[in-house]
Write a protein that binds this ligand. Structure first.
Ligand SMILES: NC(=O)C1=CN([C@@H]2O[C@H](COP(=O)(O)OP(=O)(O)OC[C@H]3O[C@@H](n4cnc5c(N)ncnc54)[C@H](OP(=O)(O)O)[C@@H]3O)[C@@H](O)[C@H]2O)[C@@H](O)CC1
Ligand SMILES: Nc1ncnc2c1ncn2[C@@H]1O[C@H](COP(=O)(O)OP(=O)(O)O)[C@@H](O)[C@H]1O
Ligand SMILES: [K+]
Length: 497
């Protein structure tokens, strides 16, 4: 699914209007009608509505919605921001169409009756915001934010930019629900913006699909359809040799569990043959936890050499590896000798952070899976999650690698500079071991000849989806990384339907 900037969103509206022979007021009516449907499917006439409108088209959406609520016999008051400028043309039309009187506000002395059943609709500013709120607009939103009604933003919480993140202490409407038109806005996908949106729902405006198909963007959200269409179907006569050979390298005394999790995850995504290279102290543990995998000992308590087998295998390196100098030496040697894409996680990344010239030895198209702190150790500090994402894009291009920046909405940056946001996953996964599972999943997919980009995209999606099922069945609190592995089966069953 594409993510568009606000200029592109406007163009999309314009194309739709032109190609469908519509007037812009008709599109506004569609927008308001679909918001009305969404709201009235969820809230009965026991609720009363306050709709707060600005002078731009976002205010026009609010006025049209308010009219529909009046016609639907809901109790509705409209508060309209007093402005020295004229309303936009369509907003004026909807102002004239509104059958009741409107209360104009030009300071924060207005009253909103506040019951449990009050719903406050925010139609003050949409994507036309062109500067931070201050003055009276700021005061009004500060006041509204104190009211404990159910709060619904139309298109975007007022004051939130669509393509950037808000600066600290900026005043922004704090919504419980955001009904956004056509597309997710990029700011919704970063913590600093997401804290204002509440739950986000896309309101379909039946926008021009030719425009959507042809308009270029370098930011996407991974869609269920993409995964369904690109998951490899197993053929009747295929044998284990057709499904790749993965070798997971990691573990050290006290941290063998990490590489066991990666190993089991690789086994659960369909890999033909899975091997593990870990220190001897992990022998019994690994043979017990993952009897299907073949164990290779390399060192007593730490990995000391990485020479075995590596030519034939797709390698995932790092979980529980430790960063002893001997291990580091073995890892450096491997980087020098390898030229096929690797999956690098955890201590493999920490070793690189201590010796950044190793970055140049990483084979092209490799997949690095840092969490934000690991990323920072390698590439330096940034001021926001969006800046970090953009720095990751730059580095992915520079070093011709994939960077999987982990978090809620994990972002995958490719060597071509494309950014994919993963929509699956939940805070139940914020636990030690979840990342080890991801390493195993991505390595297993890469071994099965998925392209490195697809291994990263599909891997993150499957990981989060299995995590979502685990949370449903076991709760976010009680689920473990092992549960993510276990519920991969349900994800595949659904995808294969
Ligand atoms: N066909 C379509 O296009 C459709 C569009 N739709 C809807 O239109 C919305 C976009 O509408 P929009 O462009 O009129 O802008 P909107 O956000 O309502 O108002 C911005 C106005 O406020 C002003 N302003 C800006 N920043 C400010 C600030 N900090 N403090 C104070 N004032 C500030 C600025 O004016 P200025 O003061 O700069 O002259 C500007 O005029 C979109 O989000 C969606 O809801 C739907 O109906 C579907 C069809
Ligand atoms: N709040 C969250 N929402 C969604 N996914 C999350 C959340 N917190 C963590 N995760 C996921 O869990 C994994 C954690 O990885 P990582 O921090 O490397 O853990 P570890 O190394 O302890 O296994 C990542 O894939 C991340 O995207
Ligand atoms: K709004």
């Amino acid at each position: 699914m594409k993510i568009f900037k606000k200029e592109q969103l406007r163009l999309c509206d314009e194309h739709t209007i032109k190609n469908r022979n519509l007037r812009s007021i008709d599109l506004m009516e569609v927008a308001a009608t679909n918001c009305y449907k969404w709201i009235t499917e969820r809230y009965t006439k026991d609720y009363s509505f306050y709709v707060v409108c600005g002078k731009g088209n976002n205010g026009g959406d609010g006025l049209a919605l308010a009219r529909m609520l009046v016609e639907g016999d809901y109790e509705v008051e409209v508060l309209m921001l007093q402005s020295k400028d004229d309303l936009t043309e369509d907003t004026q039309i909807n102002f004239d169409r509104f059958p009741k009187s409107v209360q104009f506000i030009d300071n924060d002395s207005f009253e909103i009756e506040n019951f449990n059943s009050t719903i406050l609709i925010d139609a003050l500013f949409g994507i036309g915001l062109n500067r931070s709120l201050d003055g009276i607009e700021k005061k009004i939103i500060d006041k509204i934010n104190q009211i404990s009604a159910i709060k619904i933003s139309i298109d975007i919480p007022s004051g939130l930019p669509s393509d950037e993140l808000p600066k600290e202490n900026q005043t922004i409407f704090k919504a419980d629900e955001t009904l956004t038109f056509g597309f997710i806005k990029r700011s919704f996908l970063h913590k600093e913006g997401a804290e204002y949106t509440g739950n986000v729902h896309i309101i379909d405006l039946d926008l021009d699909q030719d425009f959507v198909k042809n308009e270029a963007t370098d930011n996407f959200i991974i869609s269920n359809n993409y995964i369904k269409n690109n998951i490899r179907k197993r053929q009747k006569f295929e044998h284990k040799g057709d499904f790749g050979k993965a070798l997971l390298i990691g573990g050290s005394y006290g941290q063998v569990g990490s590489i066991a999790l990666s190993t089991n995850a690789a086994l659960r995504v369909g890999t033909g043959i899975v091997h593990t290279l870990a220190p001897e102290c992990g022998y019994q543990i690994l043979q017990t936890l993952a009897p299907e995998a073949i164990f290779h000992g390399a060192g007593q308590k730490i990995v000391e050499t990485i020479e075995l087998l590596v030519n034939d295998y797709t390698l995932g390196i790092g979980p529980g590896l430790g960063s002893d100098n001997i291990t580091k030496g073995a890892f450096e040697q491997l980087l020098k000798n390898e030229n096929k894409p690797l999956v690098l996680d955890a201590d493999a990344l920490n070793i690189i952070a201590t010796d950044k010239k190793l970055l140049k030895s990483i084979p092209e198209n490799s997949i690095l899976t840092p969490h934000p702190k690991e990323f920072e150790r390698i590439f330096g500090k940034t001021n926001s999650s969006l800046e970090q994402c953009e720095l990751a894009r730059k580095k992915a291009i520079e070093f011709k690698i994939h960077i999987v920046l982990k978090g809620h909405y994990t972002t995958i940056l490719t060597p071509l500079g494309i950014c994919y946001y993963n929509p699956t996953g939940n805070a139940g996964m914020a636990k030690g071991g979840s990342g080890d599972v991801l390493t195993g999943i991505i390595t297993g997919l890469l071994a099965q000849s998925y392209s490195p980009t697809d291994a990263a995209i599909i891997g993150c999606y499957l990981h989060g989806k299995a995590g979502d099922i685990a949370a449903l069945k076991k709760s976010q609190e009680a689920m473990t990384a092992q549960d993510i592995i276990n519920y991969l089966s349900e994800v595949f069953v659904t995808l294969n339907k």
